[in-house]
Design a protein around this ligand. Structure first.
Ligand code: NA7
Length: 887
């Protein structure tokens, strides 16, 4: 393995073992250790870190100078939308000695000056070859190195390639016919000329109202004679309230910059900020409006999006916040039609990147500025003199395209990258990018992506995310060097797991609802996949660190002396379930099995008071029904639709010891609404006061009573299913069999949600998931011991799995959760039903725990599973399944 002897004087000591390794190998020595593609913020920091660590490097930059985004995007009004003081390097702690930001949001020229200042201060230019575009990078497996070709004729071999190509650097095509015939001036915000552009006395068209349009339109309007804005999708924008850097922010720095930067690194977005944990509708309307106003007044994007915890997950919460924005737009813009056209209505707020503006909406009040809604008046073509819409011909002196980018992946796949076996990255990503951590991709050894797809990138403060990625890469190179490895590559399993995890994270948000560039939806033909990692910089950083701490989990490291691979998945839980478990662990609550029963019941009831209520139903009726030995409470949930309805008798969870007719209230509401059936949550006597089989007797009594009174309850006689969660799932299974044997009442279907079916504690799931996932094996045992004597545990009224004959049972849906001690007995029961020819749907809830599927509006990832349950119930209730037709 070859590493350079050359090293910047006085910097990190090099690991001597490498020289020895190098001496022992006869592999070809690459021209450099690392080729970096791009000299923007990431490329410059790479140049700094790599050179200081003694790596030989070359940086290729297509532009004539450094700066990346800030080199190209020179359009009027171009500014950063993250406060300047946060959007800067943290590796240069004494920056205030030789640099000052003049504004809260720096202009493009100021940021470019800053980057040049950093490059000069740290002597970084000498590593960069300008005006040179990397065209091709091919992995040579035999030589274990990359061969990189540029349009300048360079042919460079390197051990590693780092793509520091930026997320918004590949401009989108114009996508409008006739551009070549236009005789006036044409500008792209993303490729703005270096010489000043003068719009004085000109008629100017601007196409596009993303950030570039929103920033440039007011500035262009100050100069031009006439401005016509062609808008396809309106944007949500808040006033930037630019000005001096706030003295409070500067004071924070003065007090302790290191703490400030460290808080940024551990924050959700890369700017010091607590993640909001307050759900929108947990506070009064007045308080909400106040907070929205505050967000509008502060003029900071991340603060605005963080206003409530559920803005990006709860449609109703999002709608209210969006309406606040729309009211602001209507209040600012004089012409009602223009105001209406400027109000976004077809996507949730913040699912397309919101903008920060200065006078954007007010600009439409100027007499020479006009908005054309191209959804109503599509652009037909560009003509010699202007733009024709379906209804009007416009004459212009200049057309400005602010039409955006082939974001996140465009600049990476623009390079012809081939990995092992000459496989092209473009082909591998044809259906969407696949990466491990957004940093690496399987089949492409020693290729690193800075802020690549699957990392927080554009959802975060890029400066912080770039530093984190570059630091990770440098640590990785150091690790390889120290351990004599020449190559690193993620495994297919780790990559698939991460890609799944990123999708899981996106699926519990509203992001997929928008046709945004986050989704690749702005580029015709681009696969519709959510590109960035949405769970936050803090979680992401912790994950990257965990991968390293677990011996580069999910990576294969290889070298002349062998290889190592610790394969596996770094994130297996559903993201929201993991977050809940982390929060629960932090609360350090006592466990039920550590308490006397009365205390456990009170504690369980208390825990139920803080959860979201679940959806509204048509009606809730509390009543009593005759149990086996006395009255028992029930709660009936009626759907909002006209009846009569089918009926589901529901048995709550709680290990036969805790809980009551209302303890699964949100779950019952959810079931009722989704399945359009009456749900009757029937209580039963609890252990240890009433041990087995008291609960079974009561469950049977409840089913009989409901069947006998179906009509009076508003139900349809004969359309009766049973459902239960946990111990309740056990009762539902048992009742299904007992009613079969008793010849009625007829049960059309059984829903068993994470049920115990034989309580066999020796099963693997009890061992694998013994602790850390809510229900522990110890707690399960506590419940069994309270409920039933060991001698009775093969009685099929406790262990339906032990029933000799399962044939003829009602069709079933059995849901098991991956991280549940009870998983394997649920699974075994589903298999046993299937073997007995009972129609059964077994849903394996990936990444879920025993409880998480019941956490309505808390663990959002459980919703699709509950939708499947409801779907199964609707199927059970189809007339073909009812006794009349069955007979
Ligand atoms: P964006 O945010 O992608 O905005 C591009 C805008 O151009 C957007 O309004 C597009 O409408 C519009 N557009 C794109 N193609 C067309 C065509 N063919 N016809 C009409 N309108 C079109 O790019 P920006 O440069 O403004 O901002 C990128 C990011 O840079 C920004 O989010 C900040 O992070 C900094 P669409 O929404 O696709 O309907």
């Amino acid at each position: 393995m070859e590493y350079p002897i050359t090293q910047d004087a006085g910097l990190e000591a090099r690991d001597d073992r490498l020289v020895t390794d190098s001496a022992r190998t006869d592999r070809p020595t690459p021209d450099v250790d690392v080729v970096v593609v791009g000299a923007g913020i990431a490329g410059l920091y790479l140049a700094y870190r790599l050179s200081r660590a003694g790596h030989r490097l070359r940086v290729f930059e297509a532009g004539d100078d450094l700066g990346g985004t800030w080199y190209w995007n020179r359009y009027p009004g171009a500014r950063v939308d993250v406060p300047s003081i946060d959007y800067m390097y943290s590796f240069d702690p004494n920056w205030q000695r030789d640099w000052q930001w003049s504004e809260k949001y720096a202009t493009q020229p100021e940021i470019l000056r800053y980057l040049n200042h950093i490059a000069d201060k740290h002597d970084l230019r000498r590593h960069i070859t300008f005006s040179t575009r990397v065209r091709q990078a091919g992995w040579d497996d035999g030589a274990s190195l990359w061969r990189v070709r540029t349009d300048g004729g360079d042919d460079v071999s390197a051990r590693f390639v780092v793509m520091a190509t930026g997320c918004l650097s590949m401009p989108k095509q114009a996508e409008v016919d006739g551009l070549e015939s236009f005789t006036g001036e044409v500008y792209f915000t993303s490729r703005w000329p270096h010489d000043p552009v003068d719009f004085t006395r000109k008629r100017v068209a601007v196409i596009g109202t993303g950030s570039s349009g929103v920033q440039s339109i007011p500035v262009i309007a100050e100069e031009a004679r006439e401005v016509v804005v062609f808008q396809r999708t309106p944007t949500f924008s808040i006033p930037a309230r630019n000005g001096q850097v706030s003295p409070e922010r500067l004071a924070l720095f003065a007090a302790n910059e290191a703490d400030y930067r460290s808080a940024a690194r551990m924050s959700p977005g890369g700017i010091p900020m607590e993640r909001s944990i307050t759900p929108t509708f947990s506070v009064s309307e007045a308080e909400r409006q106040q907070r929205y106003e505050r967000a509008w007044g502060i003029g900071e994007l991340f603060e605005a999006i963080n206003v409530y915890a559920d803005v990006l997950s709860n449609p109703a919460a999002n709608h209210e916040f969006a309406e606040f924005f729309r009211n602001k737009i209507r209040a600012i813009v004089d012409d009602p039609q223009t105001a209406s056209d400027l109000c976004p209505t077809d996507y949730p707020v913040a699912t397309k990147r919101p903008c920060l503006d200065t006078n954007y909406y007010a600009t439409y009040n100027l007499p020479h500025v006009r908005l054309v809604n191209v959804r109503k008046h599509p652009i037909r073509q560009i003509t010699e003199t202007g733009i024709d819409t379906a209804h009007e011909a416009f004459t212009f002196d200049a057309i400005v395209f602010a039409t955006g980018f082939d974001a996140v992946t465009g600049a990476i796949t623009a390079v012809d990258i081939t990995g092992r076996d000459d496989a092209a990255l473009k082909d591998k990503w044809a259906d969407g990018p696949q990466t491990y951590l957004g940093l690496t991709t399987a089949g492409f050894p020693n290729l690193f992506l800075i802020t690549g797809p699957g990392s927080p990138s554009v959802l975060s403060n890029m400066a912080v995310s770039i530093e984190q990625h570059v630091d990770w890469v440098l640590d990785c190179l150091g690790h390889l060097r120290a351990h004599g490895f020449a190559a690193i590559e993620p495994t297919a399993m780790a990559e698939a797991g991460w890609t799944q995890h990123v999708n899981d994270c996106a699926d519990i948000t509203l992001f997929p609802a928008a046709n945004s560039w986050y989704m690749g939806a702005n580029v015709p033909g681009k696969p519709r996949v959510f590109l960035p990692y949405p769970a936050g910089v803090d979680f992401y950083r912790a994950t990257c660190d965990e991968v390293v701490a677990r011996d580069y989990l999910g990576f294969k490291l290889s070298g002349p002396e062998g290889s190592m691979c610790n394969d596996g998945l770094v994130r297996r839980l559903q993201p929201d379930v993991e977050m809940i478990l982390i929060q629960m662990a932090a609360m350090n609550l006592p466990t039920l099995d550590s308490m006397p029963v009365d205390e456990a019941r009170a504690f369980y009831a208390q825990m139920s008071t803080t959860r979201p209520p679940g959806p509204d139903v048509g009606e809730i009726v509390d009543g009593v029904l005759p149990g086996a030995t006395g009255d028992l409470a029930y709660r009936l949930y009626r759907p909002p639709t006209p009846g009569p309805h089918a009926i589901v008798v529901f048995f709550h969870g709680g290990g036969w010891v805790v809980g009551d007719a209302v303890s699964d209230d949100p779950l019952c509401r959810d079931l009722c609404v989704r399945s359009d059936a009456i749900v009757i949550s029937a209580d039963y006597r609890h252990a240890p006061e009433h041990r087995f089989p008291a609960a079974v007797d009561d469950a049977m009594a409840a089913v009989r009573w409901v069947a006998d009174n179906a009509e009076a309850l508003g139900g349809m006689p004969g359309r009766l299913a049973v459902c239960g969660w946990s111990a309740g799932g056990n009762l539902a299974a048992v009742v299904s069999r007992l009613t079969r044997d008793a010849g009625g009442p007829h049960i059309v279907g059984q829903v068993l949600l994470t049920p115990p079916t034989d309580g066999d504690l020796t099963r693997a799931s009890y061992v694998e998931n013994a602790d850390g996932y809510g229900l522990t094996t110890a707690l399960a045992q506590w419940c069994y011991d309270h409920y039933i004597d060991p001698a009775d545990r093969r009685d099929p009224r406790f262990a339906p799995l032990c029933a000799g004959d399962l044939s003829g049972l009602p069709p079933a849906i059995v849901v098991t959760a991956e991280f549940d001690p009870l998983r394997d007995e649920g699974k075994a029961y589903a298999a046993a039903l299937d073997a007995a020819s009972v129609p059964v749907e077994h849903v394996r809830a990936r990444g879920h725990t025993h409880q998480s599927l019941t956490m309505v509006d808390v663990a959002l990832s459980g919703a699709p599973v509950r939708a499947r349950i409801a779907n199964a119930l609707r199927g059970f209730f189809l007339p073909t399944r009812t006794p009349e037709t069955a007979a």
